[in-house]
Unconditional design. Structure first.
Length: 310
C-alpha cells in the first residue's frame, strides 16, 4: 500500500490528538485526503483553527472538526469526549505529547509528572472514555504513536514518575515507552475479549522540522532552515514523511492488531514497514503492572466501563 493507492475512508470518523503541529498535523492532513471526517484534538484552539485553515487550503472538500483536548488535565476528558458530538469513532490516533528540556520536574493538576501525565496517562484515560464510541464500530482502531527514543529506555516501576531521579530526556523516553507498552497490552486484552477493535503501535522515526515543508498560516520554514536540514536528509526525514506510518496504520486493513510499524531504513526514515518490537516493549509483567498503576492514577480502566464514570 502507498498513500496514493486509493484507500478511501469516506463516511468514517478519525480523531487525531495533537493535530495542530508536527506529525499530528500531517497525519490529519493526509487522513483528510482519504475522505474521512477528521477531528483535530488540540489543547490550543487558536492553533487548531490555523491547522484547519492549512488543511482546507491543500485538501479540497476536507471534512474537519476540532475539539479542545488537554491530556494533562484528566478531569477535562469526559467533557471533551462529550464535545465530540459523535456516537461512533472508526479510529483514534494517540499522537499528542510534550517534551520538556528544563531541569525542573513539572507536574499536572493531579500532581503527576507532566510528560508521563500527558504522553501516557492522558491517552490511557482518553481510551477509557472513548471505549463506547470505538466498540460501536466494527474493526475500529487505536493507533498509539511511540518513539524511536523508547528503544534505549526501560521503565522503573518503582519510580514511574521520576520523583526520585528526574532527567528530562530519559523521562520523555520512558513516557513514550509507557505508551508503547500500553498499546501492546491493549491489543492482548482486546484479543482476550474477542473484540474487533485493533490496537496498533507505530513510530515516526527521526522526523525533523528542518526537513518539513511549510504549512502557512500554521508554520513556516525559511530557506536557511531548509538548507541547514539538507545534510540530515541522508538518515532522517521530515514530519510529513514521518506521518506516513500513522496514516498507513489507520487506513490499511491488512495491518493487524498488535503489530509495530515504523520507517524502513534503520527505523529512522523511509517507507513504512512492519518491525519486530524489542522485548522490553512487550514484556508481559511490566505491561500488566503499568496498566494497574495507570488505572490507579487515572481512576479509569479502558476495558472496564463500570469504573469510568466522570
Amino acid at each position: 500500500m502507498t498513500l496514493q493507492s486509493g484507500h478511501r475512508a469516506d463516511g468514517k470518523t478519525f480523531l487525531v490528538t495533537g493535530a495542530n503541529a508536527g506529525i499530528g498535523y500531517f497525519a490529519a492532513e493526509q487522513l483528510a485526503a482519504s475522505g474521512a471526517t477528521v477531528v483535530l484534538g488540540c489543547r490550543d484552539t487558536v492553533k487548531a483553527d490555523l491547522a484547519v485553515q492549512a488543511i482546507r487550503a491543500r485538501v479540497e472538500g476536507a471534512r474537519l472538526r476540532q475539539v479542545r483536548l488537554d491530556l494533562a488535565d484528566l478531569r477535562s476528558l469526559p467533557a471533551t469526549v462529550d464535545a465530540l458530538g459523535v456516537d461512533s469513532l472508526d479510529a483514534v490516533v494517540l499522537n499528542a505529547g510534550v517534551m520538556l528540556s528544563g531541569p525542573e520536574r513539572r507536574v499536572n493538576a493531579q500532581g503527576n509528572e507532566l510528560m508521563f501525565a500527558t504522553n501516557h496517562l492522558g491517552h490511557f484515560a482518553l481510551i477509557a472514555h472513548l471505549a463506547p464510541m470505538l466498540t460501536a464500530v466494527a474493526n475500529s482502531r487505536v493507533i498509539t504513536v511511540g518513539s524511536f527514543a523508547a528503544r534505549s529506555e526501560r521503565l522503573d516501576l518503582a519510580d514511574l514518575q521520576s520523583e526520585h531521579d528526574y532527567r528530562p530526556k530519559r523521562s520523555y523516553g520512558r513516557s513514550k515507552l509507557a505508551q508503547m507498552l500500553f498499546g501492546f497490552e491493549l491489543d492482548r486484552r482486546l484479543r482476550a475479549r474477542a473484540a474487533s477493535t485493533a490496537s496498533i503501535v507505530v513510530h515516526p522515526g527521526g522526523a525533523l522540522d528542518t526537513l518539513t515543508p511549510a504549512r502557512p498560516p500554521l508554520f513556516a520554514r525559511t530557506t536557511a532552515q531548509r538548507l541547514r536540514g539538507l545534510p540530515a536528509n541522508v538518515v532522517l526525514h521530515g514530519k510529513h514523511t514521518g506521518a506516513h506510518t500513522i496514516v498507513r496504520a489507520v487506513l490499511d486493513t491488512e495491518i493487524a492488531s498488535g503489530q509495530l510499524w515504523g520507517p524502513r531504513v534503520f527505523g529512522l526514515r523511509g517507507r513504512p514497514h512492519q518491525e519486530t518490537p524489542h522485548p522490553h516493549m512487550t514484556d508481559l509483567d511490566t505491561a500488566a503492572k503499568l496498566w494497574a498503576a495507570s488505572s490507579a492514577l487515572t481512576g479509569v480502566n479502558p476495558l472496564d466501563p463500570a469504573t469510568n464514570a466522570p
